[in-house]
Design a protein around this ligand. Structure first.
Ligand SMILES: [Fe+2]
Ligand SMILES: [Fe+2]
Length: 160
């Protein structure tokens, strides 16, 4: 069985992961409408990843005999002036998610919930990856500016 404090915190994280999914899907819609197919594709793949992050917690709560509670998803931004602006939001957001995951780990340690500590290690590693990806794309976007290089990066991201 999982204790209530840990359960509430994990249920909150399901909401945060779905909010992330929604944010990426919104980015996908915006860049699709602007003709950036590669960016739109990248964000759509990321949307799926975030949904999986949420569902992994969903399954874990069930495995531990807890009850999943879904809450309303807050509205997300709908448009970004440039791909760089979107990826800067991505990085800010992922840094926030990293701190949420670290908070969950703090609770798991306080509550001596060893199973949840193990479960969360995957998310800690995943956040290293997320921050790295966002940072790398931001650096590329800064290098190319607004010119034809953007078309090249758009093509690159389509391969994801
Ligand atoms: Fe996530
Ligand atoms: Fe990822």
């Amino acid at each position: 069985m999982i204790n209530n404090k840990m359960l509430d915190a994990l249920n909150d994280q399901i909401n945060a992961e779905f909010w992330s999914a929604f944010l990426y899907l919104s980015m996908s819609a915006d860049f699709e409408s602007k003709g950036f197919e590669g960016f739109a594709h990248w964000f759509r793949v990321q949307y799926k990843e975030e949904s999986e992050h949420a569902l992994k917690i969903f399954d874990y709560i069930n495995d531990r005999g807890g009850t999943v509670r879904l809450h309303a998803i807050k509205e997300v931004t709908q448009t970004w002036p440039t791909p760089l602006a979107a990826f800067e939001d991505v990085l800010t957001h992922e840094l926030k998610v990293t701190s949420l995951i670290h908070n969950l780990m703090d609770i798991a340690v306080q509550e001596k919930d060893y199973a949840t500590q193990n479960f969360l290690r995957w998310y800690i590693d995943e956040q290293v990856e997320e921050e790295k990806n966002a940072t790398a794309i931001i650096e590329k976007l800064k290098r190319v500016g607004d010119g034809g290089g953007l078309v090249y990066i758009d093509k690159e991201l389509k391969k994801r």
